[in-house]
Design a protein around this ligand. Structure first.
Ligand code: BDR
Ligand code: CA
Length: 311
């Protein structure tokens, strides 16, 4: 029997971990990647778009790639280049793609894909939520037609950018608020699960040792000077967006809690916080499934399959 594949659009800001997530969804048997839309986040919008196009061409990912937006209300602040390297892909350097970008911008391309498959598209968002919020604001009708949004972002207990915020949500909290309040089913893969799922070089050594160019590419993406820049470097690295891809490919590998979440956009110290009502004080209907744990063996197994599948 033919497996039903989940049609998705990936909205991303590559970025080392976005790059791995792109490959994971491209390689997954149960995912039908239909388009890649990019957004400013880790780097400016030209660089994230160019990185995505280069990766798509180098690994034969046959889908359109579009350029996206800068934050809606806030001045854009890229991630410090010491974190992912100046080009945003760690030690990896790819040839500049010969392919052209989609003639449409990220918002238009998302809209077109949603209209082609009403009620079916899942958006995998691994960057700031600017494009998705603009889509939901410009094309109101699409709110009813998106099946789900799987988000790498947010923090219930520990931030990775400010004490209580995660980078993607902090970068455009107004956009995140629009998305979290949209009523569309949301899965949030935030720091609560990523901080519990660190990966060491030895966890991946056997996978990265093979002579395949994808193994070398992932090694260069993940392990470079600076990749251990996080609160607990001895524990390994956090593959933030890779976990969001894994949540889409295999939701059963995560433990979820269904709660009400809203985004703080006014706080002096808390701007960008995803406020999760874990004890149901507000008596609001739950709107977000938050991942709290991931089966690391399954996660690494998905990376293994990606490497086996792609040349
Ligand atoms: C998120 O921020 C970016 O730096 C990563 O690509 C990931 O999407 C982690 O907070
Ligand atoms: Ca990202």
């Amino acid at each position: 029997m033919k497996m039903k594949r989940i049609p998705i659009v990936m909205d991303c800001d590559p970025g080392t971990d976005d790059a791995l997530a792109m490959l994971m969804v491209h390689g997954a048997e149960n995912i039908d990647l239909r388009a890649i839309t990019t957004v400013a986040g880790n780097l400016n919008r030209e660089t994230t778009a160019q990185n995505a196009l280069n990766i798509a061409e180098y690994f034969d990912i046959p889908v359109p790639v579009a350029k996206g937006s800068y934050p809606i209300m806030k001045k854009f602040e890229a991630l410090d280049t010491s974190i992912m390297g100046a080009g945003g892909l760690g030690n990896a350097v790819l040839p500049k793609a010969q392919r052209e970008f989609s003639p449409y911008n990220s918002i238009e391309l998302l809209h077109q894909e949603i209209q082609k498959a009403p009620g079916e598209i899942v958006i995998l968002a691994t960057g700031p939520l600017t494009n998705v919020a603009l889509l939901l604001s410009v094309y109101l009708e699409d709110r009813e037609l998106i099946k789900e949004i799987v988000i790498m972002g947010g923090a219930v207990y520990h931030g990775n950018h400010t004490p209580r915020t995660e980078f993607n949500i902090y970068t455009d909290a107004e956009a995140a608020k629009i998305v979290f309040q949209s009523g569309i089913p949301i899965k949030m893969i935030g720091t609560d699960v990523t901080y519990r799922t660190s990966v060491t070089k030895s966890d991946l050594d056997s996978l990265l040792a093979g002579g395949k160019r994808i193994s070398r590419f992932i090694g260069d993406l993940m392990f470079y000077p600076g990749s251990e820049q996080h609160p607990f470097p001895e524990e390994g690295i956090y593959i933030w967006d890779g976990l969001a891809a894994a949540a889409l490919i295999c939701p059963e590998c995560m433990e979820w809690k269904h709660v009400f979440v809203d985004v703080e956009t006014r706080g002096l110290l808390t701007y960008g916080e995803t406020v999760a009502d874990m004890n149901n004080y507000l008596k609001q209907p739950p709107n977000v499934h938050i991942a709290f744990r991931c089966n690391k063996d399954i996660f690494i197994g998905i990376i293994r399959k990606t490497i086996e599948k792609i040349n």
